[in-house]
Design a protein around this ligand. Structure first.
Ligand code: GLU
Length: 310
């Protein structure tokens, strides 16, 4: 199968119409109060094929905060900077617990289950601060502008402040991990960076463009090498096994792509060597994944008849 054998634009259109029946079945995240303001009916679905052709439907130019999808990019930066040392600080196993659960940390002496749960991403932020000092956030912004090809990307200051004011569980992760010696820097500094990473504003098209390098063996949509093929292979594997909270089994079965989701309702991912894909719809299912986003990706891999493993 080759993506060019399909009328992708029409497939996306059919999917976007079909998933409308699920509007109202999920609920918009509200534990970060600003997220509750999202329009529950928003929906965008974008696919960029390996020839860089962009197929897109819906509210694809509306900005939302990237939230946990940022963890894919901070992991890439950390692997570029310290390579395998990352795995001395966290595991790469699905946690089987909610993204904000403390239980795993207690059982594993402050070693997060994987880089895509909050505790793991907080340790990633610590790794970036140790390596880059006060340039960690500017370098993240630079990285995101590079992978998306959009030099205008910026941190949403209101979301950042809101996360800072209400991220009590994230502060407890930071202090708890520090008590085991697995945070090297000041906890407030680390959380400050983590919240800014989550607060990057992005559109669905730019999110899709940002995943292009993971489809394309490490080379971005602008033709720049972002990371090695070896890292891409591994990041994709971790997305496949840990990218959708404690619903990874269901996603592997129904969607079958390496993807990462976030509480703003975004999901980004790829089919290596074929296409990058992103979907955004703010209503979440009970596991915290976009309700319509999940259904749309399931329909996409069904209609294109190809997934990660076969
Ligand atoms: N900023 C959110 C938090 O730390 C990200 C959660 C998510 O998208 O999974 O709670």
């Amino acid at each position: 199968m080759d993506i060019n054998d399909y009328d992708v634009k029409n497939i996306l259109k059919l999917i976007s119409e079909d998933v409308q029946k699920y509007v109202g079945r999920g609920s918009v995240a509200s534990y970060i109060p600003l997220l509750a303001k999202a329009n529950p009916k928003s929906f965008a679905l974008t696919l960029i094929d390996k020839n860089m052709e962009i197929h897109t439907v819906g509210d694809d130019c509306t900005e939302f905060s990237i939230q946990s999808v940022s963890k894919v990019f901070t992991l890439t930066m950390a692997l570029n900077l310290v390579d395998e040392e990352v795995w001395g600080r966290m595991d790469r196993e699905p946690s089987g617990k909610a993204f904000d659960s403390l239980v795993h940390l207690e059982e594993h002496n402050g070693i997060p289950a994987n880089p895509f749960v909050n505790s793991g991403a907080i340790v990633l932020a610590d790794i970036l601060i140790t390596a880059l000092g006060d340039q960690a956030v500017p370098e993240f912004l630079k990285f995101m502008r590079k992978v998306s090809g959009n030099p205008e990307l910026k941190i949403n200051q209101e979301v950042y402040q809101c996360e800072k004011d209400t991220g009590f569980k994230n502060y407890s992760f930071g202090h708890y991990i520090k008590s085991y010696g697995n945070i090297e820097n000041d906890v407030d500094l680390v959380l400050d960076a983590y919240f800014q990473f989550c607060s990057l504003d992005i559109t669905n098209i730019d999110l899709c463009r940002s995943f292009y390098f993971l489809m394309n063996q490490g080379v971005s949509i602008l033709g720049e090498r972002v990371t090695t093929h070896r890292h891409c292979k591994r990041i994709n594997s971790i997305m496949f096994t840990c990218g959708t909270y404690d619903e990874v089994g269901e996603f592997a079965y129904t969607v079958g792509l390496p993807v990462k989701s976030g509480v703003s309702g975004a999901i980004g991912g790829c089919l290596p060597d074929q296409y990058a894909v992103s979907v955004w719809s703010p209503e979440l299912n009970k596991k915290g994944n976009s309700f319509l986003g999940h259904k749309a990706l399931e329909a996409l891999t069904t209609m294109l008849d190809k997934s990660y493993l076969s």
